[in-house]
Write a protein that binds this ligand. Sequence first.
Ligand code: ADP
Ligand code: TRP
Length: 336
Amino acid sequence: MRILSGIQSSGKQHLGNYYGAIRQFVAMQDQGEALYFIANLHALTTVRDPEAAATLTRETAMAFLALGLDPARAILFRQSDIPEITELYWILGTVVPLSNLDRAHSYKDKIARGISADFGLFAYPVLMASDILLYGSDVVPVGRDQVQHIEFARDWATKFNVQYVPGYDPADPTGKVSGRPGILRLPEAVVQESTAVIPGIDGQKMSKSYSNTIDLFADDAEIKRRIMGIKTDSTPVEAPKPLDAPLYQLLRVVLPPAEFVEVDRAWRAGGTGYGDFKKRLLAGYHATFDPARARYRALEKDPAEVDRILRAGAERARAVAAPIISRVRAAVGIER
Ligand code: ADP
Ligand code: TRP
């Protein structure tokens, strides 16, 4: 089984990224051939400062490594180190219906928020589909907000195969019956439902774009400030607390289950103030993330090692992509 996922280097990594994505990536590295990459080409749709683009790319790689990705098992690389990706992106784009891109969430949401769109944002799902299809991925672990993109990748792979593989039957994508498997393999999304949406300190979805994050690698003072700043209502100390509070949801994911059982009881019983619960969350955050935070600090001191890991990863990823891109080229009639 080939597992692939990517994370954009568009900002600092936060609890939502960990529980919604990175934790699952790390857990899956033992279940098959895992490829994980830093989507730094996607990030160019929002990061326009070259210094920041370079720094965030390296920080995202360090986050992966600090949080348990093992480069001896999983392949870790930068999207921009794979020239085949932009080649497939163009070729795939020739079979993508415009109507699909019009209804892509990534684009629609930004338009709805009044952000003027450029071609990069509009074409974002095509680049993402190419990321997935280039390596013949079987499963793609992602947050729930990314599922539409995986469905697009399946649809466009099917369109490509129908167009370019003689005898291809979309009802039989692996060619079991027809003996005509597709060139592009259809991926499956894997979403971890229990932690599907992590709330931010204001109660909206935690996101870099809403400035409501609790980061994984910010300094201690900043983490404390964020956690103490989590929005709460005016429920009195002695009363039971509401179960839809962002603080409660965060306690549920961050605390070890045994500890949460006890906190949950206090939450429902009343008699404990929000300030005390925030202190529990802060202690739980440090207990959970301090080992990774220490590894991150060590990697910061060794940028050459991070770079070496990424280069070696890119070489391995290109080897996985090579047979697939060469079949794509042959299928469309590009001699190389
Ligand atoms: P952001 O919204 O902060 O820009 P990204 O869009 O870069 O985050 O998301 C990177 C990964 O982390 C995706 O797989 C996404 O689904 C997941 N993710 C981001 N925020 C959350 C959240 N609040 N809850 C669960 N998963 C999240
Ligand atoms: N769009 C994804 C996100 O914002 C990142 C991404 C880019 C990705 N290419 C991918 C995820 C391919 C999975 C597979 O989170």
